[in-house]
Design a protein around this ligand. Structure first.
Ligand code: FUB
Length: 455
């Protein structure tokens, strides 16, 4: 067996599972997600942010000024938008024949499928110094790989953020960004998907700002070109906008904003996909690191208006996906909150948060929990530094039905797992609201809760 195949197999066997809510991937930093539906599953192909390691400088690595350090790509999949499987590394800079082995420039990738083959396009720092980034191709017969990397980059596609799109007539196009003039470009791909054909078109009539990360999809005969853009890469963060056309080559008409600028993460980069009849936008933010170069992939629902225009997507902590009442419900990924805060729990490996700074009558609402399962008990992970307290758990609103009234003793501020019999069992999908009845501010903290059949 070839060494590269062995590495790929080891990576696959390291697949791990992660429970969702935003950010959906927490055990590594991920950005620039492309989401696609293959074989009934939703796959995510993000880039992978890593912190700079000074040791690499001894090998000739030079940290680029913008701060992004990206060494390889993972693939993820899910069938319920709650549990995500990490399929491990699918392409790494050390294995790219044409790449600088210490370039750390594996920016936003994208994938498409044609005639039994998956075509994975990725930007990387070229060894021959022919440009800031060149765009390469890796192919596979399964969406999670193993991928085989083409010996050379695709001539003529110098730049970043490749986005292949295949029209209904089978013609493939490549959209991408980078380079002079802040423009997004499009060109036809040849039938083997390995080279370009025809003229490169610079897409006009978009906002006259920095643009990158094009993502194109077609719905009801309309071509949607969606893309992040910002006023000034040094001063402003990126918003995601969109434009439409009747042709994949344009002209495109700019229609407005899909996601507003974040205050504190200067890039955003997204993809849009329909899965099980619902549209979603995958994007990234820096919730975990608070740094611009260590980002985390998130997902929220996207809705079209009847005229085909797209409603602005609101980034949430709750994210998407229906949780079962017996899943671990991280209520710090709330839908609504009143008079309480969320903070990291210190000293745990994978980032976890808690609801904290609760006051008497603070509440937290968590939407879409499925109670179509047998339950008798509620279990909570809490810490209480006050004398006594209570957490009331309500169905839908505090004027709804009381699911449980959980008495809390003083845990000396330490995390403790407690459980109580429920008073009322909701039916179907409901929102739950937890009301904190503490004696003074910060008495009660909660990490998670779940319902169970047995003690
Ligand atoms: O992740 C590196 C670069 O930042 C991407 O290629 C851009 O789209 C931006 O997200």
């Amino acid at each position: 067996m070839k060494k590269s195949s062995l590495i790929i197999l080891i990576c696959i066997s390291l697949s791990i599972k992660a429970i969702s809510q935003n950010p959906i991937i927490k055990h590594i930093y991920t950005a620039d997600p492309t989401a696609r539906v293959y074989n009934g599953k939703l796959f995510i192909y993000p880039s992978h942010d890593v912190p700079w390691d000074k040791e690499w400088e001894k090998l000739g690595a030079v940290k680029e000024g913008h701060g992004h350090v990206m060494t390889d790509y993972h693939a993820f999949s899910t069938s319920d938008l709650v549990n995500f499987t990490d399929h491990g590394v699918i392409v790494a800079q050390k294995d790219v024949p044409w790449g600088n082995k210490v370039g750390y420039g594996m920016w936003a990738p994208c994938i498409t499928y044609k005639n039994g083959m998956y075509y994975y396009y990725f930007p990387n720092t070229p060894e021959d110094k022919s440009g800031f980034r060149q765009i390469g191709l890796a192919t596979a017969t399964q969406p999670e790989g193993p991928f085989s990397i083409e010996p050379n980059y695709i001539k003529g596609l110098k730049g970043i953020d490749p986005n292949p799109f295949i029209d209904d007539d089978g013609q493939a196009y490549m959209y991408w960004g980078g380079g002079k003039g802040n423009s997004l470009k499009v060109v036809k791909l040849s039938a083997d998907m390995k080279s370009i054909q025809g003229e490169i078109v610079s897409i006009k009539d978009l906002p006259q700002e920095y643009k990158e990360g094009p993502f194109v999809f077609k719905r009801n005969e309309v071509y949607y070109l969606t893309f992040p853009h910002n006023l000034d890469t040094k001063k402003s963060t990126e918003e995601i906008g969109y434009a439409i056309s009747k042709s994949p080559l344009g002209p495109f008409e700019y229609k407005g904003t899909l996601m507003d600028r974040f205050k504190d993460c200067w890039t955003n980069h997204h993809s849009i996909v329909q899965y099980k009849k619902q549209w979603y936008m995958f994007y990234h933010h820096n919730d975990i690191s608070k740094a611009g170069n260590l980002r985390s992939v998130c997902v929220d629902s996207l809705f079209f208006n009847t005229d085909g225009s797209i409603q602005k997507v609101t980034p949430t902590l709750r994210g998407v996906g229906l949780l079962s009442a017996t899943d671990t419900i991280q209520i710090d990924r709330y839908s609504r909150i009143h008079d309480a805060k969320v903070d990291f729990i210190k000293g745990v490996g994978v980032p976890e948060w808690k609801v904290t700074k609760t006051k008497p009558d603070s509440w937290v609402q968590f939407n879409s929990v499925n109670f179509d399962t047998k339950i008798k008990f509620i279990k909570l992970q809490i810490a209480n530094s006050g004398r006594t307290g209570t957490i009331e758990v309500w169905e839908n609103t505090i004027k709804g039905k009381l699911i449980a009234n959980v008495k809390i003793d003083n845990t000396g501020g330490k995390w403790k797992n407690i459980q109580t019999k429920i008073k009322h069992k909701p039916k179907g999908v409901v929102n739950i609201v937890c009301v904190f009845k503490s004696e003074k501010e910060n008495d009660l903290e909660i990490d998670w809760l779940l319902f169970s059949k047995k003690k």
